[in-house]
Design a protein around this ligand. Sequence first.
Ligand code: F6R
Length: 611
Amino acid sequence: MCGIVGYTGKREAYPVILKGLKRLEYRGYDSAGVALLNNGLKVYKKKGKVAELEDSVVGKDLHAFTGIGHTRWATHGEPSDRNAHPHSSASGNIAMIHNGIIENYTSIKQELINKGYTFTSDTDTEVLLNFIEDIKKNNESSLEEALRIALKRVVGAYCILLIDKDDPETIIAARKGSPLVIGIGKGEHFLASDATPIVEYTKEVVYVNDYEIAIVKPDQLILKNLGNEKQTPFIQKLDIELAKIEKGGYDHFMLKEIYEQPETIHDCLRGRLNSAAGTITMGGVESNLQALTDANRIVMVACGTSWHAGLIAEYIFEELCRIPVEVEYASEFRYRNPVINKGDVIIAISQSGETADTLVALENAKEKGAFIFGVVNAVGSSIARMSNAGAYTHAGPEIGVASTKAFTGQLAVLTMMALKIGYAKGTIDERRYMQLLRELDEIPEKVKQLLQNTSNIEKIANKYKDAEDFLYLGRGYNFPVALEGALKLKEISYIHAEGYPAAEMKHGPIALVDENLPVVFVATKDSYYEKIVSNVQEIKARRGKVIAVASEGDKVIPGMADDVMYVPDADEILAPLLSVIPLQLLSYYVGIAKGIDVDKPRNLAKSVTVE
Ligand code: F6R
């Protein structure tokens, strides 16, 4: 959470930083600010989105060749101008931006108060900044040395950038737990939370590791560890296209990303799935096939939408591989004392690859000897790098805060993994394996077909947009899809929604049903179909409004439902790749009908890098 950008070089820094902040706004949009070095330090900051900062600095002196900028997701201190970053040190000489949480900031703050310091914000960032400046002053040390000493006392997560009025071409950065990428240009450097602000200037980047400090000047990049030893920067080539991080004619990133799914699923399967030859090529699986086929247990660890992908994968892995699977919320898994035995495999699922709870849960499990397989979208992210092996989802940058194309990418990867492992183990026979490979190959085309006619989904959204609650029900593979549909609606429309296994409804939630409650059934043709038909009848008997996701050609469910969203027929294992899409669109159109900024819904941030 929070997006940070820095620039030092020959260009005007402000436009580079502002554009970068707009790209990173998905990480938080409670306030934004910049600090620029030009004959002194100028700091401009504003509560609200980056556009509000932009309006507020019209006519101000923005000339500078070095600067830093921040877009905030509030942790300590409410969103306000005062709490916005960058913060300035007591002397006014140093400015700092920070992404993360300093957990022991209260004790450090008290020490500083005892020394006579006062604070203008409620943030942990201002405390850390003054702590650094205090060390610099008392030890007569450089800013870099002071930072190193300060970080040894800090508990928590951080990515920080510092600039000093007395060193006008230098940015000093440090990271632990929150991401930092440095772009290497000719006589210039770019710093950012992810590569999206960098890609249009250079494709050469260095991902800074935890406990590293970077000293960045236009012509020089020095990396050191906290022990002051120089580290060799590992330069990597970026594989992102600019077009992929722009809206490309769509009103919102979320809509663009929903419509990209035929292509993103295809990209995920490309080079891996060969249905004619009956092969799945996945380097990470192949080189660890023994560990995966022999696994006593698989534990899926994730949060939010990625956790829902894990739930679907649980059904798929147990069916195809006959390996017991548990699906864990990373935030719970990391704090209890989970039993991890030799032979357990942990599959980490994450779009961003930076989710703090998932990352720490994995680090703990790795320490206990677990084998970690990462299913990650963001290339080069922390989770991708700390995993023992992995497979990227190749969905491209996902910018809309609500996850859509990353989810279907996760399902595609997890399905291929289960097929490959199951086939190698002999728990899936040749005929079924070949049939599923063929059907998986057809999914991108089916998604395309589905997305060609969605006007009725917009009508349904307008019809139910004023409902106060929604219930989402599904069974089997479609039960987690119901959970995902409910999550999407909550995020994007602010309507309360709950997902349940359809049969579980009778054990309580059915009491909610009346003529005002829309109930969304994910009821495609599968082995649970007859059962879910009975559940629809139970809702209709209580005058609930039924919106159904049904298979094309189904005659029964449409005869009972008030509204229907059709999806092409598919094997039940693959059905979630299709049935989730109308639910993504339903929440999108409800959000739009309610006038919500669907790409930046309130209180959310895309990359949850605080616990
Ligand atoms: C929902 C959503 C979140 C994320 C969750 C995990 O639309 O985007 O629930 O799925 O924060 O994020 P990643 O997958 O980046 O670890």
